[in-house]
Design a protein around this ligand. Structure first.
Ligand SMILES: *Cc1c(COP(=O)(O)O)cnc(C)c1O
Length: 411
């Protein structure tokens, strides 16, 4: 009798040489030597390039792809992505500096975020990047800074739409939200923009994140385009950019499937003629984070101890929730589920035992995987956590319990 348990999608994007997992062609144990320590994150630049290329091939011509750098702000990663995408989206002054350091033209960088400080707004004005206005207060701040500095602000309006992206890992629109200006208040804000010396660039409508359902994305994108066309009637100038959000998810958990891009692409293709006719100057932008980089990275931790407690085997590693909060199940998940994991130096061996993989922190939350089938692991083995190229290192509480930080490498 076979037990029907959902499984992870096969992870076959990284090369395996003999018994050993490789990133960018380099065996993981060699990478550990190269970076000088475990734990570490390793990202494969070729996989990132291929992901952007595949996305472009699937989408209708002329749709721009932006990289939302909060997914992975490692400067080498952002540098690499900047060469392949059409723009960078940042959400803090720190990310803005990383984006500008790539040499990306400021006109291709936009800055969103519900609480931009006056200092961050001054930096954005001085740099000439597009500020996605999130409130009336922010507009007043930008106007005041422009009056004292003489810079002409480049502004778009971030809209909190009157609908939500269904079945999303993280919903960021619809109802009452701290993000953006409620759609019904946007026309008045647009009138205020007209009254000041501001360069109006367009709209930013982001409705959610980590979505694996093409039908939900199609529905949200349709509503987003309808809303943008309606709001454009009150715009103080031509809509130069229309950022329709992203939300494309990647499969993390057992039962998750890859997003089917075809219906999303077909729907955009069908809607584009109308949008182009109404907004002839608009660059239509998809902003994506994890979809572009999430599957291109692994997190590697070393087995420190192999403990048997009553009937369970625990592999205790030097890595855990302090480096990879999302894999521990504590970054927005309601029910804890396992990321796909493997023993990087035993890839060709058959699973022989069911284990729990835990970290070194003195808290029961520090779990990397529960009840997974793996080859028999020994102290010194290297555990690889897949789907770790986004929301890993910088989305984790590295100071918690005072263990050393991980390092990152782009291979
Ligand atoms: C977080 C965020 C993104 C990126 O989300 P992903 O799920 O990584 O694609 C894009 N745009 C905005 C406004 C965001 O806040």
């Amino acid at each position: 009798m076979s037990e029907k348990r959902p499984s992870h999608v096969p992870i076959d994007n990284f090369e395996v040489k003999g018994n050993t997992l490789c990133v960018g062609g380099v065996p993981v144990p060699d990478l550990a030597e190269r970076v000088g320590q475990t734990p570490f994150y390793a990202y494969d630049r070729q996989l990132m390039t291929e992901r952007v290329q595949a996305l472009r091939a699937a989408l209708p011509a002329g749709i721009s792809i932006h990289y939302a750098i909060k997914a992975n702000p490692m400067p080498a990663v952002v540098d690499h992505m900047a060469k392949h995408v059409d723009g960078l989206d940042v959400a803090s002054g720190g990310e803005l500096r990383v984006a500008l350091d790539t040499g990306a033209p400021p006109a291709t960088i936009s800055f969103a975020g519900p609480g931009k400080s006056p200092a961050e707004l001054r930096a954005a004005l001085a740099a000439g990047v597009t500020i996605n206005l999130e409130s009336e207060t922010e507009l007043s701040r930008v106007v005041a800074i422009a009056e004292t500095t003489g810079h002409t602000p480049q502004v778009a309006v971030r809209v909190n739409p009157d609908f939500e992206l269904k079945a999303s890992g993280m919903r960021m629109s619809g109802g009452a939200k701290p993000f953006g200006v409620d759609a019904e208040r946007v026309p008045e804000l647009l009138h205020r923009i007209r009254d000041h010396q501001l360069h109006f660039r367009g709209f930013h409508i982001f409705s959610g994140s980590q979505n694996l359902r093409a039908d939900a994305l199609v529905e949200a994108q349709g509503l987003t385009l309808d809303l943008a066309l309606r709001l454009a009637e009150s715009a103080p100038g031509p809509v130069e950019m229309l950022n329709i959000g992203g939300g494309f998810g990647i499969p993390y958990f057992p039962g998750d499937q890859h997003l089917n891009l075809a219906p999303v692409a077909e729907h955009l293709d069908a809607r584009l003629p109308q949008v182009r006719a109404c907004l002839p100057e608009a660059e239509i932008i998809l902003e994506l984070g994890r979809y572009l980089v999430g599957e291109a990275g692994i997190y590697v931790a070393e087995v420190l101890d192999r403990k048997v407690s009553r009937d369970r085997v625990f592999l205790v590693t030097n890595g855990g929730l302090h480096h990879h909060l999302a894999a521990s199940g504590n970054f927005g998940q309601v029910i804890r589920k396992n990321y796909p994991v493997a023993i990087a130096n035993r890839m060709a061996e058959t699973p022989r035992e069911t284990v729990d993989i835990v970290g070194p922190l003195c808290t029961p939350l520090d779990i990397l995987a529960q009840q997974v089938q793996l080859p028999k692991a020994e102290v010194g083995d290297l555990i690889a956590v897949f789907q770790s190229g986004a929301y890993g290192y910088t989305a984790s509480p590295t100071r918690f319990l005072g263990h050393p930080e991980p390092v990152e490498t782009l291979v």
